[in-house]
Design a protein around this ligand. Structure first.
Ligand code: NAD
Length: 254
């Protein structure tokens, strides 16, 4: 008689469990054979020992994520973070706290959709061939922060590729723009944020050179598009101690 093969199970708690992303993550964790949901936390709940979970998934609001992550690290839990709006100072604080917890891994990913990560990677590759580049991010109107974390990260990756290629500023003769019609600048890259009912999460990177335009576009039509990336994070975060920013680092795309 052959013996049943035991799949090692990762215990997981979710912060922001009542939200759009958090509730989708809970359903995904419950459906997977190798994860067990042991805690659901939302605003006002005492996080305590986080249900003794191996890994905590954090999808709350930009104003709360840093304190929640600090609590998880303090309790020695690995954390997979999808909440956006992280500043460089907040990331530095996470790194400093992790210096005292050498075995703990934290993954902060502005976007868990594999297609979005590929879009960022392709945009970074293309950036050195095009004089002009602009980013348009499109989301549902309930999103509280702008520009999106994905757009900000894409802009930073493109800006670095342009610097490495010796490019200066993107060409733009605009001398009067009292209403901000030319969008925001992130690392010198123009970023435009659209908020429309019916959308989920979408982004276009437009790259222009004389006589041609390359458009790289990704669409998340449903929040389930983020789940393969979240699950990859849950399964791998324990093997990546310290702070990792961007799921591309787990996918061989960094
Ligand atoms: P949401 O508003 O539907 O859910 C947020 C949840 O967090 C709510 O249930 C809210 O009650 C809860 N919350 C608020 N304060 C809290 C606190 N202090 N502790 C615990 N829970 C708290 O939002 P959403 O659409 O699920 O998005 C959540 C976050 O994830 C946002 O920052 C969003 O931009 C981001 N997001 C990231 C990705 C990604 O791939 N990284 C994808 C989609 C959304």
């Amino acid at each position: 008689m052959s013996e049943a093969i035991e799949v090692p199970v990762i215990t997981v708690s979710v912060i922001g469990a009542a939200g759009r992303m958090g509730s989708t993550v809970c359903r995904t964790l419950e459906a997977a054979a190798d994860t067990r949901l042991v805690g659901r936390y939302d605003v006002g709940d005492d996080l305590g020992d986080l249900g003794g979970a191996d890994v905590v998934v954090e999808f709350s609001v930009p104003g709360s994520a840093a304190a929640n992550v600090a609590h998880c690290i303090d309790r020695g839990r690995h954390v997979v973070v999808g909440t956006t709006g992280w500043t460089q100072d907040a990331l530095t604080a996470v790194s400093s706290q992790l210096a005292d917890k050498p075995g703990v891994g934290v993954l902060i990913a502005p976007n868990f959709a594999i297609g979005a990560i590929l879009m960022m990677s392709f945009a970074q590759q293309a950036a050195r061939f095009y004089e002009s580049v602009e980013i348009v991010e499109l989301h549902h109107p309930d999103k509280v922060d702008a520009p999106s974390g994905t757009a900000a990260r894409t802009a930073s990756l493109i800006a670095r590729a342009r610097r490495d290629a010796g490019f200066g500023d993107v060409p733009d003769a605009t001398s009067s723009d009292p209403g901000g019609a030319r969008g925001a600048r992130v690392d010198g890259i123009p970023v435009h944020a659209l908020r429309l009912r019916g959308l989920v999460a979408h982004q276009e990177v437009l790259l222009g050179a004389t006589g041609e335009l390359l458009t790289i576009r990704h669409d998340s039509f449903d929040r389930v598009s983020f789940m393969p990336g979240v699950m990859a994070g849950v399964r791998q975060v324990g093997d990546h101690p310290g702070l990792t920013v961007g799921l591309e680092n787990y996918l061989g795309l960094a």
